[in-house]
Design a protein around this ligand. Structure first.
Ligand code: PLP
Length: 221
């Protein structure tokens, strides 16, 4: 799912076709799972949800549940081995980031993974997905300026019609009034509002988020 471009789920068969094209031409397939990884779509990774195995997966946010900055890359064995076959005295894939392998971020990552497992949060996201989808659809469809509503896993987006004075202005106004008047911090891109609650969100909180966003949408009509 493309997140930053407005929560765009892949069309049916799209990822499978990408995989086939990459295989045919010997191209590496990379999934950026910075948003979709670690349970957001009800699975460990979107790759799992869609049954397509890329050659590399980039990840960040969810690995620490956003509590500390950390990112990483998962690679298939062939790529891993290619880097590991160098001389013993050379560090594999040497990257000199100041904060590489930071102990606090690593501890936050381990703690987050433990909680995801203990509390079954990926499965929880999967179970909550239809409830979340219904809540957002019911609350937003038919409101003024709403062009489309999309949900996938615990991600939702609503496209608003552009204001006459310029693209992006209506969603920006929604972000401002949400923050100042409705106690909700919204992520906007263009004229799309995107929602990604924590995986621990309760059903009543899902309803509350849907209602607050509806109020915001009405406020910027
Ligand atoms: C899909 C996606 N990829 C990459 C990034 C950037 O990730 P990072 O800041 O960890 O480099 C973001 C940030 O929001 C993102 O949403």
């Amino acid at each position: 799912m493309a997140g930053s471009t407005g929560v765009l789920p892949p069309p049916k068969g799209y990822l499978q076709k990408l995989r086939a094209i990459c295989d045919k031409h010997n191209i590496l397939l990379i999934f950026d799972e910075v948003i979709t990884g670690f349970g957001r779509l009800g699975h460990a990774f979107a790759a799992e949800r869609y049954g397509v195995i890329p050659d590399m997966i980039t990840f960040a946010k969810g690995v620490t549940s956003g509590a500390a900055p950390m990112g990483g890359v998962l690679v298939r064995k062939g790529i891993f081995d290619a880097f590991m076959n160098g001389p013993d005295h050379v560090i594999e894939l040497f990257h000199g980031y100041t904060y590489s392998g930071h102990p606090m971020a690593a501890a936050a990552g381990l703690a987050a993974l433990e909680i995801y497992k203990e509390e079954g949060l990926f499965e929880r996201a999967k179970t909550l997905e239809p409830v979340f989808a219904d809540a957002m659809m019911d609350a937003w469809k038919g409101l003024p300026n709403v062009l489309d509503v999309r949900t996938l896993g615990l991600v939702a987006a609503v496209d608003l019609a552009a204001a006459p004075d310029g693209a992006g202005k209506r969603a920006y106004a929604a972000m401002e009034t949400g923050f100042h008047d409705h106690d909700i911090m919204l992520r906007v891109t263009g004229d799309t509002i995107a929602i990604t609650p924590p995986l621990t969100v309760s059903e009543s909180q899902v309803g509350e988020i849907a209602e607050r966003v509806a109020k915001v949408i009405r406020a910027v009509a």
